[in-house]
Ligand binder design. Sequence first.
Ligand code: ASP
Ligand code: MG
Length: 425
Amino acid sequence: MQIKNHHFVVHKFGGASVKNAEAVRNVATLLTQHIQGSAVVVVSAMGKTTNELEGVLGVLTKEGVVSAQSQMNSIIDAHEAIARELGIIVDLRVIFESALKTANTLEDADARYDALVAAGEDASTRVLSAYLKAQNFDAKWSDARQIIITDSKHRSARVNEHKIYGSGASLRKALSERENRIIVTQGFIGRCPSGKTTTLGREGSDYSAALLACAIGAKEVVIWKDVPGMLNADPRVFDHTETIKELDYGEALELSYYGASVIHPRTIKPLQNEGIPLFVKSFVDLNAPQTRIASYPGKLPGIPMYISRPNVSLLSLGPADNSFVGEDHLSTLFARLNTSGIHVRMMQNSAVQFDLVFEEDPERRHRFVEGLGDGFWTNTEKGLELLTMRHGNAQLMDQLTAGKEIVMEQKNPSTHRRLLRAIKV
Ligand code: ASP
Ligand code: MG
């Protein structure tokens, strides 16, 4: 347990909450209403900027830097328009162009990715901090790369969570210097020992907020979302969703592990270790219900929770000579999974076959299959749905999966999971 600075709070704003000038203004209003004392504000790239920069990276790889630059111009224009509307001056072109230039010098595809997409967070934080200053906040921009020191696993870099408090000294000093200081910093990004930019995995800004909270010994973390807290199911997929008001860290960990997309899976653990509560609040409706995730030993959510992953793949494989799947094969498989960056959601084995279920990602899947070599046969089925239910019952599961074919099923007292195939009519 680190020393708590009971007045510091970390607020995290995702892409949707800074997607245009009006949204940025709304962030400033929220901060005026909610901040007492100094705070760290962690921001993602604006709107869909990360996806768009991934597109630019594709062009850079296939067609070269000139085409990539022209593709990137629309991203720069959109950011400049927002800055103009907010009445602030930030050299956004330089941020994006220098990221592209750096990316173009890097050989490794994942290192290139990180160098380029980080521009999204660099730009959004520069815009927000300039706007907050213009609104008379005591705002200061701080580079998360100074604090979030990672390994060199680009695109899914790991952080030594036990050392994070040690990296936070400068941040703690900056927060303590003044009464109401706001440090604006990037989510999602870090720096590896060689000095290159790394990223923590898509949607990783929640995890950044948790790490920064540990780095400053914060009182709490608030994740601002466009939904009323953490719901028992994704409202885009299920009817009649409800907010879970209080959730134990352990349950929240399980839910995010199974693919609940509200919070990045790595977010909970460091907060649990330090006993820092996490609030999930709506930036759309301040009176909407909210969720507090903290230590509630033995407390269950009280209602069934559902998680649907609509686009998973089932990769079945076995030894090419049809022999048994032995421990030697398993050790090869797991080593390849680790290096290919596939995150397995479900697995199952029989005598001659091993089945893996994961979010479809053609690049990583090919990397994995190629790495296996000739020793294995493989077969992939795409477009399946993985439904997980926690604390429900068999009838509910049957109702939800009626009309779909069950490809695989796993069950224990708290969790019931079905891998489903839509029946073609
Ligand atoms: N901007 C990054 C992404 O879209 C990180 C985040 O939003 O948390 O994945
Ligand atoms: Mg984002």
